[in-house]
Design a protein around this ligand. Structure first.
Ligand SMILES: NC(=O)NCCC(=O)O
Length: 327
């Protein structure tokens, strides 16, 4: 619970987390899909705008089927677009300006300047409708049907924090939530809210979902906003999971359950496991410093000691520091 302070006024920010099913079957044309998904987004953004949301975030790869399970290149790579000037960013700029709202838009990015490379990228549009910057997913899964390394490499944008009129924001895309150092990186750069746009399924990760972003909020003294995709996506062609089981056409159930966690360990209820939804939560950013002052996790974190350890561990001739009884 955030306390009143003598010297600082409350810094209230309203966040909007949107989880959505794809509105059309996966085999629809890209043009039809784009039209339908943009229509759905307009409604969600309108609702967020009328609810006074200051920062809105979509789920990972929100405007396309989560097709990476198929390992097919044709069609799916056509969804990739410029972060700066692509159709999705152009579409969202208007809404950001109209509703005075920062919009975080995780998309499949195509970087035409660098040889048409493809990335998993979150685009940040500021509340004046201007492109502010982008972050590329740092950790790419190689687990189950999450065959994302077929499409793009690990990101090369570090741990950027976007300074906005509504606080210092960062984005830790999906699988990056399993990496405590990734969360730490955004904290070290001063993030006050870290969004975790995701696409993950029941059998794989539901047991971890409520723990990881919440723990990151506690450990790093910032708010976290975990947003998961929702629904079951079925594809035209069968694919295998490399586990000896029969080929199949669907990925499993994306279980939604988006939520917000605070640096004091409290959290919001989660959205539905099966339905689209917009979670609106009001945060007082002053809580970040209050929790840091109280617990002292940052003051006691001994970065120098861990920096030395990491420097040693990455050496090819590193010998693990194990002490055993010699006879
Ligand atoms: N999209 C993505 O990174 N999913 C990986 C599965 C998980 O992290 O739960």
């Amino acid at each position: 619970m955030c306390q009143e302070e003598e010297l600082r006024s409350p810094r209230i920010v309203r966040v909007g987390l949107f989880q959505n099913k794809i509105p059309l079957p996966t085999w629809s044309s890209i043009k039809e899909m784009r039209e339908a998904v943009f229509k759905m987004a307009s409604d969600a953004l309108g609702l967020a705008g009328s609810s006074g949301v200051n920062v809105f975030c979509f789920q990972e790869a929100w405007n396309m089927p989560f097709a990476f399970c198929t390992r097919e290149k044709q069609h799916w790579c056509e969804y990739a677009e410029s972060a700066e000037h692509g159709p999705t960013t152009s579409f969202l700029k208007e809404f950001a300006k109209r509703y005075n709202m920062v919009i975080i838009s995780p998309i499949l990015e195509r970087d035409e300047i660098h040889n048409d490379t493809i990335w998993n990228t979150a685009v940040v549009i500021d509340n004046h409708g201007d492109y502010l910057g982008k972050h590329r997913k740092n950790h790419i899964p190689r687990v189950g049907d999450f065959n994302e390394s077929t499409y793009y490499f690990e990101g090369n944008t570090g741990h950027p924090v976007f300074k906005t009129e509504f606080g210092k924001l960062a984005i830790n895309i999906c699988y990056g939530r399993h990496h405590p150092l990734n969360w730490l990186g955004f904290g070290l750069n001063g993030a006050e809210i870290v969004f975790n746009p995701s696409a993950t399924i029941g059998q794989l990760s539901e047991a971890l979902w409520g723990v990881e972003a919440r723990n990151a909020a506690i450990a790093n003294g910032y708010y976290t906003c975990a947003i998961n995709r929702v629904g079951t996506e079925t594809f035209a062609n069968e694919f295998t999971s490399g586990d000896g089981k029969p080929a199949h056409k669907d990925f499993g159930h994306f279980y939604g359950s988006s939520y917000v966690a605070a640096p004091d360990g409290s959290r919001s209820p989660g959205l539905s496991r099966t339905k689209n939804g917009l979670l609106v939560a009001e945060l007082d950013l002053n809580l970040c410093r209050q929790v840091k002052d109280f617990w002292g996790f940052q003051m006691t974190q001994r970065l120098d000691m861990y920096a030395d350890l990491l420097k040693e561990v990455i050496k090819p001739d590193y010998k693990p520091q194990v002490i055993s009884k010699t006879i």
